[in-house]
Write a protein that binds this ligand. Structure first.
Ligand SMILES: [Zn+2]
Ligand SMILES: [Zn+2]
Length: 113
C-alpha cells in the first residue's frame, strides 16, 4: 500500500505536492515541473538513466531485474557489446556489464548440462 504522492526525482527538490510531470523517455521519472526535469536531465544524470529505465533489455536493467533466463541474458550481452562499440566514452561500463552478464550465462550453461 503506497498512498504517498510520487515525489519529484530531481535532487534537492523539496516540493511536497505530487509530481505530475512525467518523463516522456522512460515514463517512470516524475517531476514537479520542467525546470526540475531539465536539472535532473543535465546534472542529475537522467540523460543516461532514462535510456536504462525505458529499455527492459538494457544491460543494467537486465542485471537489476535479476533475470536468469538464457535468451534474455544473451540479448543483454549482445546489447552490452554493441553499446560498448558504439560509445567509446561508456565502453568500459558496458564491457563491465557484459562481463557480469557473461558470468551469468556461463552459470546457466553449466546448470543445463
Ligand atoms: Zn521538483
Ligand atoms: Zn526519463
Amino acid at each position: 500500500m503506497d498512498s504517498s504522492p510520487r515525489k519529484c526525482w530531481a535532487q534537492g527538490c523539496a516540493a511536497e505536492e505530487e509530481a505530475a510531470h512525467r518523463c516522456k523517455g522512460c515514463k517512470q521519472a516524475v517531476y514537479c515541473g520542467r525546470s526540475c526535469q531539465l536539472a535532473h536531465w543535465n546534472e542529475g544524470g537522467h540523460k543516461i538513466e532514462c535510456q536504462t529505465l525505458g529499455d527492459p533489455l538494457h544491460p543494467s536493467s537486465v542485471i537489476a531485474s535479476g533475470a536468469h533466463d538464457l535468451p534474455t541474458l544473451c540479448q543483454a550481452l549482445d546489447r552490452a557489446l554493441l553499446e560498448a562499440a558504439r560509445d567509446p566514452l561508456q565502453s568500459d561500463d558496458f564491457l563491465a556489464l557484459g562481463n557480469s552478464i557473461a558470468d551469468d550465462v556461463d552459470a546457466q550453461v553449466e546448470d543445463a548440462r
